[in-house]
Write a protein that binds this ligand. Structure first.
Ligand code: FE2
Length: 219
């Protein structure tokens, strides 16, 4: 199987978070990439998949590790991408939709900040395909609380490894620093990709839409 390669990110564009903190975080991300490649290169032979007890077994460990690594890779790519590259002025269709759904930008910031403070893993602003509205999803682990077919627009890492070197226990200060680094061009590009995919899929007629996402590159 083709190996996934770690992506690179413009950490120099981030203000208020140290290079040391970001480099350590990036090492964790690369670790998830490596583990995912290791898991996806395990041959499909009975010795590797017939130990299948639902309390403890080789297959159970494999499947739990697979979702943790896979979601870890995707979430970190989305996170690093949406906090690098500048373009920090709230603008565009995402900003307008936030204003319309959350009443004001301050309400949105207050809400996502409080979601972030209450979670140990992630806060994700996503558009859910069930109603095409924004929802802010909270999760404690990469693969706990994840929602299928909910399209991520903004991803915020809340694991202590994301901020503890620079901010100690001051999670709120990390969140406000992260918010100042949001790249709104990335958010708007993801939003446009979602709209385009919905238009292409013609959601009124097609009820097996996962396949319609295949050619999208938004992570
Ligand atoms: Fe992380």
């Amino acid at each position: 199987m083709r190996n996934i390669q770690p992506q690179s990110f413009d950490f120099k564009s981030i203000n208020g978070i140290s290079t040391e903190q970001l480099d350590e975080h990036y090492k964790l991300y690369k670790g998830y990439v490596n583990k995912l490649n290791e898991i996806w290169n395990i041959p499909y032979i009975p010795d590797n998949y017939t130990d299948n007890n639902a309390t403890y077994s080789k297959m159970r460990s494999l499947k739990l590790g697979e979702t943790y690594a896979l979601d870890g890779v995707k979430l970190h790519q989305l996170y690093f991408r949406n906090m690098t590259g500048g373009n920090n002025t709230p603008s565009g269709p995402v900003f307008n939709s936030i204003l319309s759904q959350f009443s004001s930008y301050d309400n949105f910031i207050s809400y996502i900040t409080n979601v972030g403070l209450s979670m140990r893993g992630w806060a994700v602003l996503s558009i859910d395909s069930i109603d095409n509205n924004f929802h802010i999803i909270g999760s404690d682990l990469h693969d706990t609380g994840a929602v299928w077919l909910s399209y991520p627009i903004l991803v915020m890492d809340l694991y202590e490894h994301a901020y503890f070197m620079d901010f100690g226990t001051d999670k709120g200060k990390y969140i406000s620093t992260f918010i100042k680094n949001i790249n709104w061009n990335i958010l708007n590009n993801r939003f446009r990709n979602y709209i385009r995919s919905m238009q292409n899929a013609d959601m009124k007629r097609i009820n097996h839409y996962p396949f319609e996402f295949r050619n999208l590159s938004f992570i």
